[in-house]
Design a protein around this ligand. Sequence first.
Ligand SMILES: *Cc1c(COP(=O)(O)O)cnc(C)c1O
Length: 393
Amino acid sequence: MIPFNKPFIAGRELYYIAQAVTLGNLSGDGHFTKRCAALMQERFGIPKVLLTPSCTASLEMAAQLCDIGPGDEVIMPSYTFVSTASAFVRMGGRPVFVDIRPDTLNIDETLIEAAITARTKAICVVHYAGVACEMDRIMAIARGYNLKVVEDAAQGVNSWYNGRALGSIGDLGCYSFHETKNYICGEGGALCINNPELIQRAEIIRDKGTNRQRFFRGEVDKYTWVDVGSSYVPSEICSAFLYGQLEEMDRISDRRRVLYHNYRQGLRSLEVSGQIRLPRIPEDCQSNYHLFYLLLPSPAVRDALLQRLKAEEVTALFHYVPLHSSPCGLQFAGAEALPVTDDASARLVRLPMFFDLSEQDQRKIVDVLVRIVPELCRDLVGVGETALVLSQR
Ligand SMILES: *Cc1c(COP(=O)(O)O)cnc(C)c1O
């Protein structure tokens, strides 16, 4: 069975873990946590990066830093992972879901302004598949209405938009180093703080609500409880592993770029004949090739394809059940009509994509698709319907 994802060693991860033990400090904010943060600050042009135990933790910190309180509204896509919404709901906030663009499956920036009300406090964008949202337009809207912008860049580490790193553009950016992402340490994340006014409070929230970081810097003579916080500092073991990955960032990206283009090349004929639609990367975006997906002509073809791939020993997956139709989404946001979200989520398949995926296995996946997709389209889609359906989107 070809797996969908597999954790990998890119270089010196295990050596660095041993080194962390030798250095005698396995709790947080030691040697490797600092080196990871410094590397990302420099490389991505971010004033302050704080490592966290997950992107979910980073989003929770971001919600608190945006001062979200009961009844405050946060504009976001419904086509995303649960943490994007739950981080704000935990503070009493209400997600206001906006539909996505049919090309990138990112939040449709042309629909944002109509969703703003007197209660809107923030916009949380999600860079799906490591491809940037239209950030220039979104930042201009946010500035016009005095809203904070949070980037859920869980999938967008080392992706770029007009020369700027994702996570470095909004007030706050959130990264994930979960083992399913591009650069991994098992479970891990980072909070990128681009608005300097938020740095000091972020340090306090991350360190149990204390001003211990100021104490370490000698700015206060003892530390104490000064705000509501939590335990959002990762262990040095995770940071040591992560540093081994971050210093190999270019090699990891290069490998993913090759895999991405192999898929594109191999599946081009299916797209040309109107039987699938491949991912789109706009001109001003440089992707980290986080994932590779196909859009099939109909939900019936998608579901049948998932079954057939399983029988061929290829693990392919659908993606998000849209949050607006989930039990908690209905409870905290209320039902809305989001036609592009519903449509894309019902027709999308993600293919295996990981550092150690071999050329041979990838060849097999492509061959299986080239054989099966036309069969399914012939059997399940009406004559002439396929090309029509796909060209409209
Ligand atoms: C993976 C992911 C998250 C959660 O990341 P964790 O590090 O597992 O908490 C949040 N948002 C998006 C869009 C993701 O893809």
